[in-house]
Structure formats: structure tokens, C-alpha cells
Design a protein around this ligand. Structure first.
Ligand code: ZN
Length: 199
């Protein structure tokens, strides 16, 4: 939901966008299929980067280890730490920043939001700030990080997205389980339902 909204907003703002999805050995690739469909619909080029080999080195998370069950409940609960993938945003954003410099884009956009802060340290403002510093310090090219939702709630994101014409129910996938239908119980299902109802 967050990334899709950000993509719509960037296009609304007139940006030229290349979308990048990552296969990091997550439990299922449904989110990648939905991302591909959205990019096709919006005529945005879309790269899928295969990090499945890297994903094997990032075990210990319910999202990358098949033998750890996806925790149910609300994101504020301690159990949600099981969904933290070590250093995930650093790895993905590093690749995106490298590609941006190489292909002549001037920024990396990421849809982290206020609701992510409690559980995911790599979604907090301080991380985004020091990551940008590291990229500027370590490269000749100048690429900044754009995280416009960093202080927004997910409900706020959905309000914005609906105004941009997004059909969340049909065009986005959130559930960490890869079933036919969303499980309705995992952290991201709960958060999604709250955001849709709240908006
Ligand atoms: Zn779910």
C-alpha cells in the first residue's frame, strides 16, 4: 500500500520513475506480482532484483525463514520483531542508490511511515538521514533520499492514495502469508484493515 501510494504520488508530481522490487527470499512473491501489474498499468519501468541468495544469509526472521511462523496481532506487540529482516532497508536502498547514480536518477524514494517506527529501526527518520549522508559521502554522484511519508500514519497514506485514484482492495497485496486470500491475522493484515477503515 505504501509503495504503491508513493509511486502514484511521484507520477502526480511529474517525476520520471524507475520502480525496483526485491526478491529477498520472502515467503511468497505475491507482492512482486501486484507491483508488476501496477507498474504495467501506470507504464512505469519495473526492475525485479533477485536477492534470494542474499536472503538465505538473513535468516531468523519470519519473513525469510519458512520454519518461523508469521506472528499474529498488532505491530506494537513484541512478537512483531520476528518480522524484522536484518539490515533489509540498508541492503535494498544501497542497491537502489547505486542504480540511481549509475542511471542518472537524482533520488531514491522509499515509503516508510510513522507506523513502521516502533518495530523497524531501518524505517526511522534517523536511519534515513544517516543513510543519505553515507551515500553522499561514499559517491561522486549526488543522490538524495526522498521519504515523504516518514511522519504520516498509514491511514493518512490511504487517504492520500484514494485521492490519487488507487484501488487498494484490488491492486495491492499486504499479507505476509502467501495464501489465496489474505490471512487477516498477521501484523500487516491488521494494519491494512485499520488503515482502510480509518480512512
Ligand atoms: Zn496476513
Amino acid at each position: 500500500m505504501d509503495s504503491t501510494t508513493l509511486l502514484y504520488q511521484l507520477l502526480e508530481e511529474g517525476d520520471e520513475v524507475l520502480a525496483i522490487s526485491f526478491d529477498y527470499g520472502q515467503r511468497h512473491v505475491k507482492e512482486l506480482e501486484f507491483a508488476a501489474r501496477t507498474c504495467e498499468k501506470l507504464r512505469v519501468s519495473h526492475q525485479v532484483v533477485d536477492l534470494s541468495d542474499v536472503g538465505r544469509l538473513l535468516g531468523g526472521s519470519a519473513l525469510t525463514s519458512g520454519d518461523i511462523e508469521v506472528p499474529h496481532g498488532h505491530y506494537e506487540h513484541e512478537s512483531m520483531r520476528l518480522t524484522v529482516v536484518p539490515n533489509r532497508n540498508m541492503i535494498m536502498m544501497s542497491i537502489a542508490a547505486g542504480h540511481a547514480i549509475s542511471a542518472g536518477y537524482d533520488r531514491v524514494a522509499i515509503a516508510v511511515h510513522a507506523g513502521d517506527h516502533a518495530v523497524y529501526p531501518d524505517c526511522r527518520p534517523r536511519f534515513i538521514e544517516v543513510f543519505e549522508d553515507a551515500v553522499l559521502e561514499g559517491n561522486y554522484g549526488r543522490v538524495t533520499v526522498y521519504a515523504p511519508f516518514i511522519d504520516m500514519t498509514k491511514t493518512g497514506i490511504v487517504r492520500l492514495g484514494r485521492a490519487l485514484g488507487i484501488d487498494y482492495e484490488n491492486d495491492t497485496w499486504s499479507c505476509y502469508e502467501g495464501g489465496e486470500e489474505p490471512c487477516g491475522k498477521c501484523g500487516t493484515c491488521v494494519e491494512r484493515a485499520e488503515a482502510l477503515a480509518g480512512a
